[in-house]
Design a protein around this ligand. Structure first.
Ligand SMILES: [Zn+2]
Length: 283
């Protein structure tokens, strides 16, 4: 489902834009004294986008499940009398695009709620820790490395100005990659956990972004991952926009990308992860 993957990617992009905006309002020399405020803003931006990511993933899960099983499932956002039409409307609202419609006839209901309650505390902890690693620690290092503290002439040095600017840019990238992962994990974890709690689900596959890294391509090449007592973690990374797409029947259809990664994997013929990386990168 490309619309879902793109909408999640857009939420991460929205978060990145907000983080860039927050940083633009600060002078490089004020960073060290603004860390507390920046951390608060960073965490609030993550929180807001992660909530949207979860809402989107629930609408998506419920819609895919209804399309494949003809039944609607309970949990957050469920409304009595839900139909394919209303589920599409919910999904369209969450993506901000009109990608489908359906009949208005109410569907039979499975009242169970497979969606885990959100763990706001854990998410806030992750966001705070990420801020410390990706922003605060870098700022501290940057402060130690800043030359010419004693001379005011150094302030106008073009090399120094460029150095400060490059540093701000690096904070944008680092903060948005790791923060964007937390944002999208909101939706990814929601789906990954819902599968385990839903007897109607049989597994998931990985929907990748346009040109994924070698690791994600390999994960996508596996095709369907059937659920078991110990379904492995999804395995996302910073700047990764892959999503878990739930499967409810054996008649699912993999995206072309997954099929072609699987073909590449067969042609590769086996070897270490490093070998695969080299092979994937040059193909
Ligand atoms: Zn990925």
């Amino acid at each position: 489902m490309a619309a879902y993957q793109l909408a999640q990617e857009a939420l991460a992009a929205e978060f990145s834009a907000r983080w860039a905006e927050i940083l633009t309002a600060v002078e490089a020399r004020e960073l060290a004294t603004s860390l507390t405020e920046l951390s608060t803003q960073y965490q609030a931006a993550i929180r807001e986008s992660a909530v949207a990511s979860r809402t989107l993933s629930i609408a998506f899960y419920r819609l895919v499940r209804a399309l494949e099983t003809g039944r609607v499932i309970g949990g957050p956002g469920y409304r009595p009398g839900a139909s394919l039409g209303s589920l599409w409307a919910d999904f369209n609202r969450a993506t901000g695009k009109r990608t489908g419609t359906g009949a208005r006839e109410p569907l039979p209901v499975d009242t169970r709620n497979p969606f885990p309650a959100e763990d706001i505390g854990r998410e806030a902890e992750r966001a705070a820790e990420t801020f410390r690693q990706q922003v605060a620690d870098r700022v501290a290092k940057h402060e130690r490395e800043r030359p010419g503290r004693e001379g005011s002439a150094a302030l106008d040095d073009p090399a120094l100005i460029a150095w400060e600017r490059d540093f701000l840019e690096s904070l944008k990238t680092a903060g948005s990659g790791a923060g964007g992962q937390i944002v999208q994990d909101g939706g990814r974890d929601m789906i990954h956990n819902a599968l385990q709690n839903d007897p109607g689900a049989i597994g998931y596959y990985r929907a990748t972004e346009g040109s994924p890294c070698y690791f994600c391509a390999l994960m996508a090449a596996r095709g369907a991952v059937y659920k078991s007592k110990r379904t492995a973690a999804f395995g996302a990374h910073p700047h990764c926009h892959c999503q878990a797409v739930p499967i409810f029947s054996r008649r699912y259809q993999l995206p072309d990308a997954n099929t072609s990664f699987a073909r590449m994997w067969r042609e590769f013929g086996g070897g270490s992860l490093a070998d695969w990386r080299a092979y994937y990168t040059k193909t």
